[in-house]
Design a protein around this ligand. Structure first.
Ligand code: ADP
Length: 236
C-alpha cells in the first residue's frame, strides 16, 4: 500500500544568519530532516535560542535556507518565484504566533478575513467561513470587537481563526499558549488539539507547554541544529 506523500518535507536543511561584518554567520539549523504527513500533529520542543522559530519560518518559506530543501505538498519552495511563494503560503499555510499580531484597528471579523483578502480569492464565501469559525471557537459575540477589547485567550482564538480562514493544509504555531495564563492556555490547547479532526489540518507546533506537546502525535527536540525524537514522558 502506498503512503500519502509528506505534506511538509525538510531535507538536510541548513539555515544561517548573518550577524555582522567580519563575523562568521550563525548556523541555527544544521541538517534538519522532517516529514509531516497530511493531518499529522508534531510538537517541537527545545531550549530558548535552539532555533525553533527559525524552523517554523523556514517551513513556511519566510527564511531562505543556506542548503537543503523545503517541500510543501511535493513542491520545492526554492523553485518558486516571490509571487508563487506568497500564493502557496497564503493558500496552504496558516501561522499562529505567541503574540497574536492582530491588526489593532480592525475588528475580529476583519482580522479573520485579512488572509482571504491578500491577493488570492480563496474557496467560497470567506466571510461566512469567518463567522462560522468564530462561532466554533466561542467568538460569535465578539465579531465587532477590536483586539484591545478582548481577553488574551480571545485574541489567540481570533488568531487561530485567521490562520484557518483559507483552509490551509498546514498550521505552523509558535508558542501559541506562551502569553496566556494556565487556564486560558488549557482552553487553547483543547482548541488546537481538536483542529486536525475538525479541519483536516496538519500541525507543527513549537511549545514549552507540556500539556500541548502531550496532545500531539509526535514530540521532537531541536538541539545543536538537529531534530530528534524527544524521550517519552520527559515533557511531564
Ligand atoms: P528559539 O525559537 O528556539 O528561541 P530562534 O529561532 O528564535 O530560537 O533563534 C535561534 C538563534 O538565532 C538565536 O541565537 C537567535 O538569537 C538567532 N537569530 C534569530 N533570528 C535572527 C536574525 N534575524 N539574525 C541573526 N540572528 C538571529
Amino acid at each position: 500500500m502506498s503512503e500519502a506523500p509528506p505534506l511538509l518535507e525538510l531535507a538536510r536543511l541548513v539555515v544561517r544568519y548573518e550577524v555582522g561584518p567580519g563575523l562568521a554567520p550563525l548556523t541555527v539549523l544544521d541538517g534538519v530532516d522532517l516529514a509531516v504527513a497530511p493531518g499529522e500533529t508534531v510538537a517541537v520542543v527545545g531550549p530558548s535560542g535552539a532555533g525553533k522559530s527559525t524552523l517554523l519560518y523556514a517551513a513556511g518559506g519566510l527564511v531562505s535556507p543556506a542548503a537543503g530543501t523545503v517541500r510543501i505538498g511535493g513542491c520545492d519552495l526554492a523553485t518558486l518565484g516571490e509571487n508563487e511563494l506568497a500564493r502557496l503560503r497564503n493558500r496552504e499555510i496558516g501561522f499562529v504566533f505567541q503574540d497574536h499580531y492582530l491588526l489593532p484597528q480592525c475588528t475580529v471579523l476583519e482580522n479573520a478575513l485579512v488572509p482571504a483578502l491578500a491577493g488570492w480569492p480563496g474557496p467560497g464565501d470567506a466571510e461566512a467561513r469567518a463567522r462560522e469559525l468564530c462561532a466554533r471557537v466561542g467568538l460569535a459575540e465578539r465579531l465587532g470587537h477590536r483586539p484591545a477589547m478582548l481577553s488574551g485567550g480571545e485574541r489567540q482564538r481570533a488568531a487561530v481563526v485567521r490562520a484557518l480562514i483559507n483552509q490551509p493544509r498546514l498550521l505552523l504555531a509558535d508558542e501559541p499558549t506562551g502569553s496566556l495564563d494556565a487556564r486560558t492556555a488549557a482552553e487553547l490547547i483543547e482548541l488546537i488539539a481538536a483542529l486536525p479532526a475538525a479541519h483536516g489540518v496538519a500541525l507543527l507546533v513549537v511549545t514549552h507547554a507540556p500539556g500541548l506537546a502531550r496532545r500531539l502525535g509526535r514530540v521532537l527536540e531541536l538541539a545543536a541544529g538537529r531534530l530528534s525524537p524527544f524521550a517519552a514522558g520527559s515533557t511531564r
